[in-house]
Write a protein of this length. Structure first.
Length: 238
């Protein structure tokens, strides 16, 4: 299988976490972890580009010994431990307020998912909440500019300027790497702006249909099973 365009090699890899480097049970995929380490050892920086929080993403970054910046909360927070401070692109207070104000009207759990305790730029509701009701409420409220994006793990409420694509642009500017030289790998609708930005984009098996429609390639392997053959193909080009 030809994973990459003929004659093209990525200078960096932007990779989602949940649903991408996990297995079908949403547990971390050890083969994917080993593969990301191999990329770093070969001098190809890995950028974790996720809807998850900085605290959780940093833990994974540290134990994987990665070198790239981390893009968290769908581009709301961009950081590298060597920087003086994180780049926080929005205040999550409006998104939080929207969740609590709509709760009385449509009967959702406004407190949302556990990781809201550490969120800095957005607010996340449980993925099983009624997406249509949430979108309808937001569209007619004073928060109508907020984006509402469902992944397999949460419904994200966030300011309109936030996206993985915009966050990744900032991370790449710190590395001096053009988006056209980047490979992105993901599984969910919040990965679409990242896919539209980069030179080549791969949706793992089991991805949302909306993502596979914009991907350059859909992996025949489910979720984290994608990484071993993909990374073998990349490193065999050296």
């Amino acid at each position: 299988m030809q994973w990459l365009p003929e004659g093209w090699m990525p200078l960096a890899i932007a990779v989602d976490i949940d649903g991408t480097i996990t297995d079908s049970e949403k547990r971390i995929h050890t083969g994917a972890i080993h593969s990301l380490r191999r990329l770093e050892e070969a001098g190809i920086p890995v950028i974790l580009c996720t809807g998850n929080t900085r605290a959780i993403t940093y833990g994974l970054w540290r134990f994987l010994a990665l070198s790239g910046p981390i893009v968290c909360e769908n581009g709301g927070v961009i950081w590298h431990p060597s920087w003086d401070k994180a780049i926080i692109r929005a205040d999550g207070e409006r998104a939080r307020n929207a969740a609590f104000e709509m709760a009385d009207d449509i009967g959702i759990d406004a407190a949302g998912i556990t990781t809201n305790a550490w969120r800095e730029s957005e607010w996340c509701l449980f993925p099983y909440e009624d997406l249509a009701k949430i979108e309808d409420w937001i569209s007619t409220s004073k928060y109508s500019d907020l984006s509402v994006v469902r992944t397999g793990f949460a419904i994200h409420l966030m300011e309109p300027q936030l996206s993985k694509g915009e966050g990744l642009k900032i991370a790449l500017s710190h590395l001096g790497i053009s988006p056209s030289d980047v490979l992105a790998i993901g599984d969910a609708p919040n990965d679409i702006p990242m896919f539209e930005l980069v030179g080549h984009a791969i949706a793992v098996g089991g991805s949302f249909d909306s993502l596979t429609e914009v991907a350059d390639l859909v992996s025949p392997h489910m979720h984290g099973d994608t990484f071993e053959p993909l990374v073998d193909s990349i490193l065999n080009k050296f």
